[in-house]
Design a protein around this ligand. Structure first.
Ligand code: UDP
Length: 329
C-alpha cells in the first residue's frame, strides 16, 4: 500500500485521483494546515503531522505500507526567505522524523517531490540532472537537504528513493473538481486566470527586462497529472527493486509570462489587464527542464504538454470554483 503524505494538497490530491483510477491501494495523510478535506475525494484518509513521531508510529503499525510519497512540504519561495525556521522544521525535520519512522517500521521505499529550485541560477538551459545544485533560497535548500539525507540513508540503511525535481507544476484535473487552492496564491497561472475572471484587478508582470525573447521570465509549466503519473512509474521502479534515482520533470518547453497571459486570454476569451512591475527578488530569467533521462529510462511522456491544455484545465477549475474548495463541489 502507498502512503501519500500531503494528500490534501494540490499535487497530492491529483496523485490520489490517479491512484484511485488505477486501483492502487493507498492511504492519504495530511495535517490539513494548508490542504483541503474536499480534495481527498474517496481516498482513505488519516489526519496527522509528520513532525509528531507517534502519528507515524501508529500509522505504520496499523497499515502495511511499502512505499511512501512525500508531498507535504511548504513551497513558496518568498515565504521561505521570511520564515526559514518553519521551512526547515516542516520540510527537513519532518522528513527526518518520517525516515526514522520508516526505518523502524521496515519501510524502505520513498518517492520525494523535489524541485528545479535546487539548481539555483542556471549555467545553461535546458537544465539536466548533472547541472550543479546551488539553491538560491531556503525553499530550494530544504529540498536539496532532503535529497542528500535520502542519499545518506540509502548508503547507510538501504533506503531506496526517487527524487523528482518538478519544474512549474500547473493545470488541474480536466474534470474540474480538483485544482490549485493556495492562500495566498502566488503562482502565475492561477493569478492570471483570476485576473481574467475579474477576481483581481490585474496581473503584475515581474520584470520585462530579462534576457529572454520578450523580456519576461521563462518557465517550464508541467501538468500536475503528468507529475502524478511519473510518481506511478517511480513506484513501479522501486517495486522492481530499482536503484535510487533523481529525475527532472518538465516538458522541455519554456513559456514566457507574456505567453502565459496570451494563453489565458485565448482560453478564457477575456482580456487580462496587465501591469509591468519590478523583478521579483530571487527570480531567474529562465528555467527549462531537460527531461530526457526519465523519458529514456521509464518512457515518461507529458500527456498534456501544450500550454493551452494546461491553462484550459486550470481555467475550468477556477471558473467552477472561484473560491477554491470553499465553493461547494
Ligand atoms: N510572475 C509574474 N507575476 C506574478 C507571479 C509570477 O510575473 O504575479 C512570474 C515570475 O516572475 C516567474 C513566472 O511568473 O517568471 C512563474 O512564477 P511562479 O511564482 O508561478 O513560479 P516560480 O517559477 O517562481 O516557481
Amino acid at each position: 500500500m502507498i502512503l501519500v503524505l500531503g494528500g490534501a494538497g494540490y499535487i497530492g490530491s491529483h496523485m490520489l485521483k490517479v491512484l484511485r483510477e488505477v486501483g492502487e491501494p493507498h492511504l492519504a495523510f495530511d495535517n490539513l494546515e494548508r490542504g483541503h478535506l474536499a480534495a481527498l475525494g474517496e481516498s482513505p484518509f488519516l489526519a496527522g503531522d509528520l513532525r509528531q513521531p507517534n502519528d507515524l508510529t501508529r500509522l505504520f503499525a496499523e497499515h502495511r505500507i511499502d512505499t511512501v510519497m512525500h508531498f507535504a512540504a511548504y513551497i513558496e519561495v518568498g515565504e521561505s526567505v521570511k520564515k526559514p525556521a518553519e521551512f526547515y522544521w516542516n520540510n527537513v525535520y519532518g522528513v527526518l522524523v518520517l525516515l526514522e519512522q520508516m526505518r523502524l517500521a521496515g519501510v524502505s521505499q520513498i518517492v520525494f517531490s523535489s524541485t528545479a529550485a535546487v539548481y539555483g541560477e542556471p549555467d545553461y538551459v535546458p537544465l539536466d540532472e548533472a547541472h550543479p545544485t546551488r539553491p538560491g533560497n531556503p525553499y530550494g535548500e530544504t529540498k536539496l537537504a532532503v535529497e542528500r539525507m535520502l542519499a545518506a540513508f540509502g548508503d547507510a540503511y538501504g533506503l531506496r528513493s526517487v527524487c523528482l525535481r518538478y519544474f512549474n507544476a500547473a493545470g488541474a484535473d480536466p474534470a474540474g473538481v480538483l485544482g490549485e487552492d493556495h492562500d495566498p496564491e502566488t503562482h502565475l497561472i492561477p493569478l492570471v486566470i483570476q485576473a481574467a475572471l475579474g477576481r483581481r484587478p490585474s496581473i503584475k508582470i515581474f520584470g520585462d527586462d530579462y534576457p529572454t525573447p520578450d523580456g519576461t521570465g521563462v518557465r517550464d509549466y508541467v501538468h500536475v497529472l503528468d507529475l502524478a503519473k511519473a510518481h506511478l512509474l517511480a513506484v513501479n521502479h522501486l517495486r522492481r527493486g530499482g536503484a535510487s534515482a533523481t529525475y527532472n520533470l518538465g516538458t522541455g518547453h519554456g513559456h514566457s509570462v507574456k505567453e502565459v497571459i496570451s494563453a489565458v486570454e485565448r482560453v478564457s476569451g477575456r482580456p487580462v489587464p496587465v501591469e509591468i512591475a519590478p523583478r521579483r527578488a530571487g527570480d531567474t530569467a529562465q528555467l527549462v527542464a531537460a527531461s530526457d533521462a526519465i523519458q529514456r529510462d521509464w518512457g515518461w511522456r507529458p500527456q498534456f504538454g501544450q500550454l493551452d491544455q494546461i491553462v484550459e484545465h486550470a481555467f475550468r477549475w477556477f471558473e467552477a470554483h472561484p473560491e477554491g474548495y470553499r465553493t461547494p463541489l
